[in-house]
Write a protein that binds this ligand. Structure first.
Ligand code: FE2
Ligand code: FE2
Length: 272
């Protein structure tokens, strides 16, 4: 089971036309079972930007699972829409499913939407989102590999290592639930920094890997990675999984392998 993880496309601030074309070509080349897109599809939630994002999703052969980012809500100069119907355009052009799921080959994926209107760039996970987390993963067999897709960051240690940004509101409460349902991997974005970070929750029993993707197609690059676009390829096997970071080579118009981080899968015994 192979998941391509793309993030922070930011249509409206695309780095160059070649990067979108190269991305679609790669994702359609075969071997990808799911494309997970962890938010910030647009720069200012403009209709033209949403149409471009829609065109990319329509061009993909594999199924996609998408969550919204903070740039996908109405901008600050549309304050009423931003507060009352923040994701109206997202729902119209992308999906009205704010907690999408996908299952294949003993892998279960849930996406949650952490973007909301009354915030500049932070995110939040609500009690209703946490209930959705429990309700979904509770029915998934214990030995399946469990993946959560969310735009904002949840772990202060993980985020502290790579960026001065704050975690999403109610991140700790959410991490408690993520631990309870034994999520194996969190796919997130927002930072525009590619980083693969294992967090030992219960040593030898439960570990969560946080895979933050860089910006896959935009020129909103951040240090320390600099002006580079990234996406990740997650491969899940019965006893191990790996995250391959793929970096865009502008001069060649293609993505290349930047590194692979491999993890053993821990035994799926019930906790407690
Ligand atoms: Fe972003
Ligand atoms: Fe963001």
């Amino acid at each position: 089971m192979t998941i391509a993880h793309i993030s922070d496309l930011h249509f409206g601030r695309i780095a160059d036309s070649g990067v979108v074309e190269a991305l679609v070509d790669e994702l359609n080349a075969g071997g990808i079972d799911l494309v997970a897109l962890s938010g910030d599809l647009t720069q200012r939630a403009r209709v033209s930007e949403y149409k471009a994002a829609r065109a990319l999703l329509d061009a993909l052969d594999p199924p996609s699972l998408v969550v919204a980012g903070n740039h996908d809500v109405y901008p600050w100069w549309r304050p009423l829409k931003r507060v009352w119907t923040p994701l109206a355009r997202y729902k119209r052009y992308v999906t009205d499913d704010l907690a999408p799921t996908f299952e294949a080959d003993d892998v279960a994926v849930l996406g949650l939407t952490s973007a909301y209107g009354a915030s500049i760039k932070g995110g939040r996970i609500t009690a209703a989102d946490r209930r959705a987390l429990v309700d979904y993963f509770r029915d998934i067999p214990a030995d399946w590999f469990k993946v959560l897709v969310v735009h904002h960051q949840l772990h202060p240690t993980a985020i502290g290592a790579i960026s001065p940004h704050p975690v999403a509101r109610q991140a700790q409460e959410t991490l408690d639930v993520v631990t309870e349902v034994a999520v194996d991997l969190i796919l997130c974005g927002h930072l525009h920094v590619s980083a693969i970070q294992p967090l030992e929750i219960i040593p030898g029993t439960h570990r969560i890997v946080i895979a933050s993707a860089g910006t896959t197609t935009s020129n909103r690059w951040r240090e320390p990675t600099g002006p580079v676009n990234f996406y990740n390829v997650v491969t899940v096997e019965s006893d191990a999984f790996s995250v391959e970071e793929r970096r865009y080579l502008r001069e060649d118009g293609r993505f290349v392998r930047d590194g692979v981080t491999r993890f053993d899968r821990l035994p799926s015994e019930e906790e407690g």
